[in-house]
Write a protein that binds this ligand. Structure first.
Ligand code: HEC
Length: 117
């Protein structure tokens, strides 16, 4: 419960940062997708639970991004190993997933030393 709350607060912080940097996606669509992201994907993709690539981490997303956005979308919908189909988001639509994928792979940064789980 505490971890989930922490993840949610972190997600809101990241969201605000992403907003400030200006997004290409229309604000209401992005807001919807990010609210869904905070409820589903944040669970695993903030702390790297179950081996999930952490939001904004270059080393973890780089090789995945190289597969292309369509493959990332396909794996989000169909699932991949410990990544559950639809990322546990039944309400999410294709466009929501694309916003989420762009959000998690934008502004990639190298992880600070020793932060790998
Ligand atoms: C239960 C934990 C969990 C949740 C919830 C979750 N993911 Fe994942 N996700 C994972 C794990 C674990 C992987 C790594 C899978 C692998 O490569 O073996 C992953 C990988 C991914 C990838 C990369 C796929 C690839 O081809 O490399 C994308 C994109 C992704 N998740 C998107 C999402 C989105 C969007 C959501 C929310 C709708 C979400 N995930 C929710 C655990 C989760």
């Amino acid at each position: 419960m505490v971890a989930a709350a922490k993840g949610f607060i972190l997600a809101l912080g990241v969201f605000t940062l992403a907003e400030a940097q200006g997004a290409a996606v229309a604000a209401p669509a992005k807001e919807r997708a990010m609210a869904l992201w905070a409820r589903s994907c944040a669970l695993c993709h903030i702390d790297g639970n179950a081996g999930a690539p952490r939001v904004g981490q270059a080393e973890e997303w780089g090789p995945r991004l190289a597969q292309g956005r369509e493959t990332l979308l396909k794996h989000t919908v169909e699932g991949l190993n410990n990544m559950p189909p639809l990322g546990y988001c039944m309400a999410c639509e294709r466009d929501d997933f694309l916003v989420m994928i762009d959000f998690m792979t934008a502004n990639l940064e190298a992880a600070p030393a020793g932060s790998t789980p």
